[in-house]
Design a protein around this ligand. Structure first.
Ligand code: G6P
Length: 609
């Protein structure tokens, strides 16, 4: 979603802003813009790629500037709706949604302010200008103006003839970068690695000021926050390579092939251990996990699917009831709170607005046992939860999540085994066996990746299809959902994931020769039942594409194509079976020529509800 970059520095900051926006492209956007101070305002905006904005900005030199990639919410993608929005000499870029913008707009219009866009953001620009009339200091004016906003925002503001940039954060990510020759801000660290590794994460309610020679932060309570006492400076450990494409064509491809390393890094903390310590999840974990009566998992998108797999593991291994809920549903429904329940929020980014709000909602209902499973340290969701487990997938840039998903699964399996151990349901041999299986995962995934050439051949047959059906049973049912999500996200083929046992209750009506049916057929207790389901498809003329295990005994025949994964992997099999589905959607998208890493209408980091 929207990305922000801001810079005040001795160097020419125009290339920094452009490079920063390019690093934020992965978040998803449809237009881009920037405002430079020289000391009067120059605004450049364009619909489409940052590269077009870069062309417009060629030859510009400035030492103060703010820049933005916009993902449309209020108003169509167009130049007039692109940020920055300007009110006289005040320019604003914004990530988030202002919920009371309509009433503010009415008030400002009555006061004579003229709106030139359909955005909610423009009210912020006018509101700051109006406030400046009575409070001529930009920092104070931003504090007063933002106090009137309802909703989520991260903003960067500059004003003609003022040598500062003022920032404010409430419910959308924003961090400061402390440089040698100036100071910077951005929506995430990847945009600022070009100039500094020293970052300060702003908190909700913070208003901050960037000057060439320093920064100032005032917290929600109005008192100055000291750097680094109240807002510690973090040294980013991201390397430039982590966010570069290297020899790959697409980030999604790179991230699929990085899964062995991502899993190994995530599992590094268990080393060669034969037993698991609950402390993996935080210092308070032994007590919090031991007393948990049940588990409630909250997440969105692909992270939700990892939660669905975890439900099978947690109930089977730990014998504790587990429910999984889409965060945007949970936060608005009337539910029955259980203070002893463990609430697990799963999120790659740690910034997904609905997931964050759902944890806050659970806490407001009295549920204090909260655990974040997240790929981004210092993200809002991690900070909101009492316990944390950080997956170490490295930055995930492709909108369609891959390595974040498999590392989430590894983390959730560790959680299930830990809960089982605390419930006294594991023998030491079983515990050691699960740890060995986890440690072997990177090698096992590497072998599955070797199926790519055969999957490429299959992909060609999907490119002219309008629909596809994914089937799985048991803990592979969520993998069918995830396979369908991957395909629809990046190839725009309508795809549904179904538990194979439900075929007869509806989807069988859709099956014909134009509807490929992809089935996950591991050699587990449900294999025979699944084979009967597949016969039902074959009998209706459906073309079957089956991902089996080496010993699954599903044979090729006319209309039935089979690819075998090298080994059956027991409870951890979902981690392996999702990999060929990721490859399949990637190659179908390549054949179709869609924008793999930035599929239309989608955003990587969904910071608005
Ligand atoms: C967006 C992304 C998905 C992701 C979902 C949840 O829809 O495109 O890839 O699964 O958000 O994001 P999170 O960061 O919370 O895992």
């Amino acid at each position: 979603m929207c990305g922000i970059v801001a810079a005040v520095a001795a160097r020419n900051i125009v290339p920094v802003l452009i490079e920063g926006l390019m690093k934020l492209e992965y978040r998803g956007y449809d237009s881009a813009g920037l405002a430079l101070l020289n000391p009067t305002l120059t605004r450049l905006r364009s619909v489409g790629r940052v590269a077009e904005l870069a062309e417009q900005a060629e030859g510009q030199v400035a030492h103060h500037g703010i820049a933005h990639t916009r993902w449309a919410t209020h108003g169509v993608p167009s130049e007039r709706n692109a940020h920055p929005h300007v009110s006289a000499g005040v320019a604003v870029v914004h990530n988030g949604i202002i919920e009371n913008y309509a009433e503010l707009k009415q008030e400002l219009t009555a006061d004579g302010y003229v709106f030139t866009s359909d955005t909610d953001t423009e009210v912020i620009a006018h509101l700051i200008r109006q406030t400046l009339k009575s409070t001529p200091d930009l920092f104070e004016a931003v504090r007063l103006a933002t106090a009137r906003l309802v909703g989520a925002y991260a903003i960067a503001v500059l004003q003609e003839w003022d040598d500062r940039i003022v920032l404010a954060r409430h419910g959308a990510p924003l961090l400061l970068g402390l440089g040698e020759d100036g100071n910077y801000a951005a929506s995430d660290a990847s945009a600022l690695l070009q100039v500094t590794r020293r970052m300060i994460y702003l908190e909700d309610g913070d208003v901050a000021e960037l000057r060439r020679d320093g920064v100032r932060i005032v917290g929600a309570d109005g008192t100055a926050a000291n750097v680094p006492a109240d807002r510690p400076v973090h040294e980013s450990t991201l390397s430039a390579d982590d966010v570069e494409l290297g020899d790959y064509t697409h980030y999604m491809q790179k991230e699929i092939f990085e899964q062995p390393q991502a899993l190994a890094a995530t599992l590094e903390m268990i080393g060669g251990a034969q037993t698991l310590s609950p402390n993996l999840f935080g210092v308070a974990a032994p007590e919090m996990l031991a007393g948990a009566s049940s588990v409630l998992i909250l997440a969105c998108g692909t992270s939700y699917h990892s939660g669905l797999v975890a439900r099978y593991w947690i109930e089977q291994l730990a014998g504790i009831p587990c429910s999984v809920e889409i965060a945007s549903e949970y936060r608005y429904r009337v539910s029955v709170p259980d203070p002893e329940q463990l609430v697990v929020a799963i999120s790659q980014s740690g910034e997904t607005a609905d997931t964050l709000a759902s944890v806050k909602h659970a806490r407001a209902l009295g549920m204090g046992r909260t655990l974040a499973i997240c790929n981004v340290a210092e993200s809002a969701i991690v900070r909101e939860c009492a316990l944390r487990f950080l997956t170490r997938a490295g930055p995930e840039i492709g909108v369609a999540s891959t390595k974040a998903f498999t590392t989430q699964l590894a983390a959730l399996f560790l959680l299930a085994v830990t809960l089982a151990k605390q419930a006294g349901r594991l023998t030491p041999e079983q515990e050691a066996g699960y740890l060995t299986a986890l440690r072997h995962l990177p090698v096992a995934v590497q072998k599955v990746l070797a199926l790519e050439p055969a999957i490429k051949v299959w992909a060609k047959r999907f490119a002219d299809k309008q629909h596809a059906l994914f089937l799985g049973r048991g803990h592979h049912y969520p993998i069918a959902l995830e396979g369908a999500l991957k395909l629809k996200e990046i190839s725009y083929i309508h795809a549904e994931g179904y538990p194979a046992g439900e075929l007869k209750h509806g989807p069988l009506a859709l099956v014909d020769e134009d509807m490929p049916v992809i089935s996950i057929a591991p050699n587990d207790a449900l294999l025979e039942k699944l084979k009967s389901n597949l016969k039902e498809v074959a009998a209706r003329g459906g073309e079957l594409y089956v991902f089996a295990d080496a010993d699954s005994a599903v044979d090729e025949e006319p209309g039935v194509h089979v690819l075998r994964l090298p080994e059956h992997y027991g409870l951890l099999s979902p981690v392996l079976h999702v990999v060929p589905l990721q490859l399949l959607s990637y190659h179908v998208a390549l054949v179709k020529g869609t924008d793999v890493d930035k599929p239309r209408n989608l955003a990587k980091s969904v910071t608005v509800e």
